[in-house]
Ligand binder design. Structure first.
Ligand SMILES: C[S@@+](CC[C@H](N)C(=O)[O-])C[C@H]1O[C@@H](n2cnc3c(N)ncnc32)[C@H](O)[C@@H]1O
Length: 471
């Protein structure tokens, strides 16, 4: 194996938009994790990807005055909140700048400058969902190895180790999700051990317990979903029942059998064991039912802020039809339904579409309809004879991190709605898509919203208007 390069006494020049510090030994850029501008560091190059070098600091000789002490005991190893060494206000300032940099660099958009970021009131315990993984052999931390501890039982329930998707860190206290999340995880681990359940090993593709998903709502409803590897309904039900006894706050319990090699539970049925079959989240005037398999924004409070931005920006007329693409449980379209004549939502997870319909009726909204299918396919038919989707006046879209397929860009340009509001959790793919839409659309406003404190992730909302005289 080639020797890894090591550089000493390097000054960190800046941060790039994925949170890496930039150093330039011998005139070549190395992206370094865990460092801040102005720091003087030694760096070991650990990997190269597409011609770029990435590294880790081996020493920090001159720390930044902005460096803070991470508050979580698992910080060094956990792949979760990787930005704890910077105060929350500083994180916000950088995120604001990242959005502006990405738009300028990848899409050539320098005007308008993004609006000031909307930060979170709570920078801890802000998530409504966590996915914990089981493992038969937990990762030993550097401190445990140094202490020479002899840990006989290494069955773990926690998060993946930073950069290691095959290794699980046993988590003691996590600061991401409110109570009773920590108690549920701790109890589940003990119950699983007491019941002698096997913990899943992905390399060997064996072991019953794969993961435990905990979903919470602002009003204290709690859903757990146990993901198991093979048909053992008896054990799944026993484990969930024991867990419910230990943590009575659990209001909805399900399990999913996933025998496949990947962790996506999308294709597998969620089986209800006890409690309510869905939980309910408040979002402004709406009450939203959340099914075990439906996507919902993981920061409920900020979701409301995000949707309020969209509502303020939407330039709606009473006769307009609005298309909500990648609609999940219909939350954005339903949030806007009273402003337009008709809302049509598109989403490929069937359960989410059923949830969207349920949410429309739960909130007495009669002018919204939802269609299950791939956005690319449904959009290709939209506005044509026989399609349930008419040519929209307005489109709101909120795709996954990868952004949308080039064919979707083509269809958006064909349908040419008056306004598009593009919500993205990955500004770099959003910038790519904006560049592709720029022949017909100009950017009117950009609003960064922080949904994910203590991480580099950032949500960005862009208001696009059709250029005058082009269509
Ligand atoms: C970022 S979420 C947005 C959900 C929703 N707008 C919200 O605010 O909760 C993206 C959604 O797009 C769905 N999705 C991803 N790719 C899709 C595709 N090609 N066609 C239809 N839906 C898709 C996912 O299932 C997920 O519900």
């Amino acid at each position: 194996m080639a020797r890894q390069k090591h550089y000493e006494q390097q000054e960190v020049l800046d941060l790039e938009f994925q949170g890496h510090g930039i150093v330039k030994p011998e005139g070549r850029v190395v992206f370094v994790e865990g460092v801040l501008p102005g720091e003087l560091v030694d760096v070991r190059v650990t990997r190269r990807k597409k011609g770029a070098a990435f590294g880790v600091p081996t020493a920090i000789h001159r720390p930044s005055a902005r460096r803070t002490e991470p508050f979580c005991a698992h910080f060094d190893e956990c792949g979760g909140c990787t930005w704890q060494y910077l105060g929350y206000e500083d994180q916000l300032r950088y995120k604001e700048r990242f959005v502006a940099d990405v738009l300028a660099r990848l899409a050539g958009i320098t005007e308008p400058t993004p609006l000031p970021i909307i930060g979170c009131e709570r920078d801890r315990f802000y998530r409504n969902r966590l996915d914990f993984s089981f493992s038969p052999t937990r990762w030993l931390s550097g401190k445990e190895i140094d202490a020479g501890l002899d840990i006989a039982d290494r069955r773990a329930l926690g998060f993946h180790v930073k950069g290691r998707f095959d290794r699980v860190l046993d988590i003691d206290t996590c600061y991401l999700q409110p109570d009773p999340s920590n108690e549920i995880r701790t109890r589940a681990r003990t119950i699983a051990r007491d019941l002698s359940c096997s913990f899943h090993d992905p390399a060997r593709h064996e072991g019953l317990l794969r993961s435990l998903i905990v979903r919470t709502t602002e009003d204290g409803e709690v859903m757990v979903i146990l993901v198991i590897h093979e048909e053992r309904p008896d054990l799944a039900a026993t484990m969930l029942t024991e867990l419910g006894r230990a943590v009575p706050a659990i209001s909805s319990a399900h399990y999913v059998v996933n025998p496949s090699r990947n962790d996506d539970i999308g294709p597998h049925e969620a089986r209800h064991v006890y409690g309510t079959d869905v939980i309910h989240e408040r979002c402004g005037p709406l009450r939203l039912a959340i099914h075990p398999k439906s996507f919902y924004q993981t920061n409920s409070r900020q979701a409301e802020c995000l949707y309020t931005v969209i509502r303020e920006w939407i330039d709606a007329r009473r006769s307009d039809s609005l298309l909500d693409l990648y609609c999940g449980i219909g939350s954005i379209g339903l949030f806007l339904a009273d402003r337009v004549a008709r809302v049509v939502g598109v989403e490929y997870v069937e359960e989410a579409v059923a949830g969207a319909r349920l949410n429309a009726s739960l909130n007495g909204i009669r002018n919204a309809e939802f269609h299950a299918g791939d956005v690319r396919e449904l959009l290709a038919a939209a506005g044509r004879a026989g399609s349930p989707i008419e040519r929209p006046d307005l489109i709101v879209l909120d795709p996954p991190r990868a952004g949308f397929h080039p064919a979707v860009t083509g269809e958006l340009l064909r349908l040419a709605p008056r306004q598009i509001v593009y919500v993205s959790c990955k500004p770099s793919t959003q910038a790519r898509d904006l560049a592709a839409l720029s022949t017909l659309y100009e950017v009117r406003r950009v609003q960064p919203v922080d949904m994910f404190p203590q991480t580099f992730h950032i949500e960005s909302v862009v208001d696009l208007r059709r250029r005058e005289g082009v269509v």
